[in-house]
Design a protein around this ligand. Structure first.
Ligand code: SF4
Ligand code: SF4
Length: 111
């Protein structure tokens, strides 16, 4: 996904947050998406989301799935999410192993 430009919209929902409106190269409006969870079955445990997330939303943890140990990313602080989609861009799983909820700028502003 390529953003052409972005406008800082100010701070509609939080004291220290700034939200951006941007457009993809095809001029379609880019919609921010906010972290809800990580699909434990899809995550490969590469750790890239942990490295790029500015909100410190993820942590790598070892869990047991179907009797096997697996290290995966866990969404431990989804409330910190900025909706910038950096994690989506680096996740090697097609479509991303994270579950995110898109929100329009109007929704963020509570309009
Ligand atoms: S969208 Fe941004 S802030 Fe939210 S979890 Fe992904 S990288 Fe972190
Ligand atoms: S980037 Fe994707 S595959 Fe890698 S740890 Fe994060 S959620 Fe899992």
């Amino acid at each position: 996904m390529t953003e052409e430009c972005c406008d800082i919209l100010g701070n509609p929902v939080g004291a220290e947050r700034k939200w951006f409106r941007s457009r993809k190269a095809d001029s379609e409006e880019w919609i921010p998406a906010f972290l809800l969870d990580v699909d434990k079955n899809k995550c490969t445990g590469c750790g890239m989301c942990v490295r790029v997330c500015l909100g410190n939303c993820y942590e790598m943890q070892e869990i047991i799935i179907n009797g096997n140990k697996k290290k995966i990313a866990i969404a431990i602080r989804p409330e910190n999410c900025f909706g910038d989609c950096h994690c989506h861009k680096v996740c090697p799983v097609p479509g991303g192993a994270m579950v995110c909820k898109p929100k329009s700028i109007e929704e963020l502003k509570g309009e």
